[in-house]
Write a protein that binds this ligand. Structure first.
Ligand code: IMP
Length: 222
């Protein structure tokens, strides 16, 4: 297996996070920024299909023959909107934005703090796909939570200011609304708590960890 992964992204933050994770396996991660005309975003309902299509397209444009290539796709899935914006998150964010999502959910209100979180439940989901030279490996990560009733905070990006993650138990599993966990934002959005706290919940980190767990350990490690 080649020891370089070409990561199809133009996002420096994503690249850095992947480099950090793959370092432990002795694998170098390099960014591969191919134009939208070369790797076209397919029309599909789920993140895995999108990721697999991008891998297949990128494989013809790798800087090295037989190299490994990785893509990662994420989105916000709102239960009351049947998973919208989902695979269309990027487009939805640049068109209707956070205000638009809040408007679509404006009828879902309740005085009870638990009931309202159930009514407005949502998740961030991520899929990381890697061509290892022989096959495509898929890693998945989910961060459960709910959509706030108003924009809170300015940290992070995208839908962070309207997303309140569910508390986590000591093993990192999400708890049902109303249960206080060992990891908690105390009802605040990712836009308020910032990147350090968000990292503990991150769907993207979970997808990468799931992917890494499928790769062989470097020589000398059991
Ligand atoms: P991407 O596939 O990681 O580029 O994500 C697509 C879109 O989903 C982004 O443009 C954001 O609008 C949204 N999104 C994905 N992950 C996050 C997140 O962690 N916080 C906020 N928005 C996100």
């Amino acid at each position: 297996m080649s020891a370089t992964v070409w990561f199809l992204t133009s996002n420096a933050g994503k690249l850095e996070e992947a480099q950090h994770h793959f370092q432990q396996l002795g694998i170098e991660v390099k960014g591969l920024d191919l134009p939208d005309t070369v790797v076209v975003e397919p029309q599909a309902d789920d993140l895995e299909t999108v990721a697999r299509s991008k891998i297949a397209q990128a494989m013809n444009h790798l800087p090295q023959k037989d190299a490994m290539v990785m893509v990662e796709d994420a989105g916000l899935f709102v239960d009351a909107l049947d998973g919208f914006p989902g695979v269309y998150s990027s487009h939805a964010f640049s068109t209707i934005g956070n205000h638009g999502i809040l408007r679509l959910l404006s009828h879902l209100i309740d005085d009870d703090p638990v009931r309202i979180k159930n009514l407005r439940s949502a998740s961030f989901q991520a899929v990381a796909a890697l061509w290892d030279g022989e096959k495509v490996l898929i890693g998945k990560g989910v961060c459960k939570g709910a959509i706030a009733t108003e924009i809170q905070g300015e940290a992070g990006f995208g839908f962070d200011p309207i997303f309140i993650p569910s508390d986590l138990d000591e093993s990192g599993e999400p708890l049902s609304p109303g249960t206080l966990g060992t990891v908690s934002t105390h009802g605040q959005t990712f836009g308020v708590v910032g990147p350090y706290t968000k990292h503990q919940f991150s769907h993207r980190r979970r997808a990468l960890e799931d992917l890494l767990s499928q790769l062989p350990l470097p020589d000398g490690n059991e």
